[in-house]
Write a new protein. Structure first.
Length: 141
């Protein structure tokens, strides 16, 4: 075994590699299928502004999703890399799922699209995304 290979494997053998932060979006490929684990951020304090909904896109680039925040049982807000916030409206027949520990998405061709993708709870349930709404902050009066 060459010395250079041994030196690159040495930190792995002793568990010295940097751990992935638990609140990062992680992507993994399982039998040619991409699965993304999206962390959910806890609601810290009420913001000093309200969100105004505007028409949203039909699809989101999966690689631009950085985190998610829960609004209620039928809405999940995606926090994008460019600091834009997009609300996913889930189907009306969606059961009350536990998204608080994060959830999984399986984007098709690198995009998350309405009426095609579903959000999968870590407990096994799933909800179809009905539409996206772009959120614009408006100061409270």
């Amino acid at each position: 075994m060459p010395l250079s290979l041994l030196l690159t494997l040495l930190p792995t053998l002793f568990g010295l590699t940097a751990a992935v932060q638990p609140d990062q979006v992680r992507t993994m490929v399982v039998q040619e299928e991409v699965v993304m684990r999206i962390p959910v951020r806890a609601r810290l304090s009420p913001p000093a502004f309200d969100w105004v909904e505007r028409k949203g896109p039909k699809c989101l680039e999966a690689g631009e999703i950085r985190a998610a925040a829960l609004r209620d049982r039928t809405h999940v807000d995606f926090l994008m890399i460019d600091r834009i916030r997009v609300r996913a409206e889930l189907a009306d027949d969606c059961p009350a799922l536990d998204f608080y520990n994060g959830f999984y998405l399986t984007p098709d061709k690198g995009k998350v699209c309405v009426r095609r993708e579903s959000i999968h709870s870590r407990m096994g349930g799933s909800c179809k995304i009905e539409r996206f709404r772009r959120l614009i902050p408006r100061p409270r009066q």
